[in-house]
Design a protein around this ligand. Structure first.
Ligand code: ATP
Ligand code: MG
Ligand code: FE
Length: 344
């Protein structure tokens, strides 16, 4: 099917067009520049930016894919989770478009989009799989038995998301928002063994109850204390070494628990998705550890890891393939939509 996907859950306005599992267009307009001076996304600013970016981004995508919107088979839109004010802009636009064109509308889960997007890069997803979803707002391990109908949570962060930890640590090192890409870059020049930062929830007594869960707030505090001590001592802060050491702690625990969960569930493939899945160290370390365990790893290209419309179109396309009914025009946005609800 020819499917249009609209994404507006945070600060990216994304419009993607797919035909089945083939990516035809993926246009993204980000309002990140408007948020930089606040050190994080300002919801009201993001909603307004979606309003002005949506139509031009849609026009660019249709031109890129060289399709007439009248030829679409369906429209998919992010129904949640995300910022309520941002979600409603995309949802209202998608409803208007679906009503005007007379096309079925699918309200889909943003997180499932992150997990599904690799099918546009590397084809049909191996099922069952273990998925590591690592983004700005979520960090979860998921048992994916069917991408359109059966996804269950195996574990999740008990405090901060991995991307949130990157953003907070960047801030305390005096690096700009969003912190993920800048720490990734700074870490290239640093020594990952310079400081041994804590790996959350890996102590023996934590493993009983939290074997597949994550915690990053202790790590963040640990980095903050280390940096503060250095400043009190009047010593310069070795930014690259701190960045590399922090990144190593995050990626070590993410990859170890992901491989452990895959082996525990007896699945032979791992999927990754979400903004942090663009991280260079995470990608290589997981590749090494998955290969050592004889597990296939599916990694979407970095540009598809962060928010985009193609991932939403991909979920719509898989929902149609699975025979799911359209959502209808009466749906509403759900800022806390659970990952198990693929289509609302
Ligand atoms: P969610 O998907 O949970 O609703 P979100 O959509 O805001 O949250 P994404 O766009 O998926 O999150 O990811 C953004 C996050 O990814 C930010 O925290 C950013 O710092 C992080 N990120 C982006 N690139 C990298 C990278 N190369 N290394 C580490 N983190 C990264
Ligand atoms: Mg974003
Ligand atoms: Fe996201």
């Amino acid at each position: 099917p020819l499917v249009l996907g609209l994404e507006s859950s945070c600060d990216e306005t994304g419009v993607g067009i797919v035909r089945g599992r083939t990516l035809l267009a993926n246009e993204v307009a980000s309002s990140v520049d408007l948020h930089v001076r606040f050190g994080g996304v300002v919801p009201e600013v993001a909603s307004r930016a979606h309003l002005s970016a949506l139509i031009p981004t849609l026009e660019r995508a249709a031109a890129k894919a060289d399709v007439d919107l009248a030829d679409l088979d369906a429209i998919a839109v992010t129904a949640g989770p995300g910022l309520m004010g941002s979600l409603v802009v995309g949802l209202a636009s998608a409803k208007a478009l679906a009503a005007y064109l007379g096309k079925p509308l699918y309200g889909v889960n943003h997180l499932v989009g992150h997990v599904a997007v690799d099918l546009l890069d590397h084809g049909e997803l191996p099922m069952p799989s273990l998925a590591l979803l690592v983004s700005g707002g979520h960090t979860q391990l998921l048992h994916v038995e069917d991408i359109a109908t059966r996804i269950t949570e195996v574990g999740s962060t008990i405090d901060d998301a991995a991307g949130e930890a990157y953003d907070k640590v960047a801030r305390l090192l005096g690096l700009p928002y969003p912190g993920g890409p800048v720490i990734d870059k700074a870490a290239q020049e640093g020594d990952p063994t310079f400081i041994r930062f804590p790996r959350g929830l890996t102590a023996r007594h934590d493993l009983d109850r939290h074997r597949f869960d994550f915690s990053f707030s202790g790590l963040k505090t640990s980095v903050a204390r280390w940096v503060e001590q250095r400043r009190l001592d009047g010593e310069p802060v070795p930014v690259a070494d701190v960045a590399a050491s922090f990144q190593e702690a995050v990626c070590d625990v993410l990859t170890a628990k992901t491989v452990d969960a895959a082996q525990h569930l007896g699945v032979s493939s791992i999927l990754i998705g979400g903004g942090v899945a663009a991280n260079s160290r995470l990608r290589t370390l997981l590749e090494e550890r998955a290969a050592a365990a004889g597990i296939e790893l599916r990694r979407p290209r970095p540009a598809l890891c962060t928010d985009n419309g193609a991932m939403i179109a991909a979920v719509g396309s898989e929902a149609i393939r699975a025979g799911l009914k359209p959502s209808g025009l009466g749906i509403s946005a759900d800022s806390g939509l659970p990952v198990s609800t693929v289509v609302v």
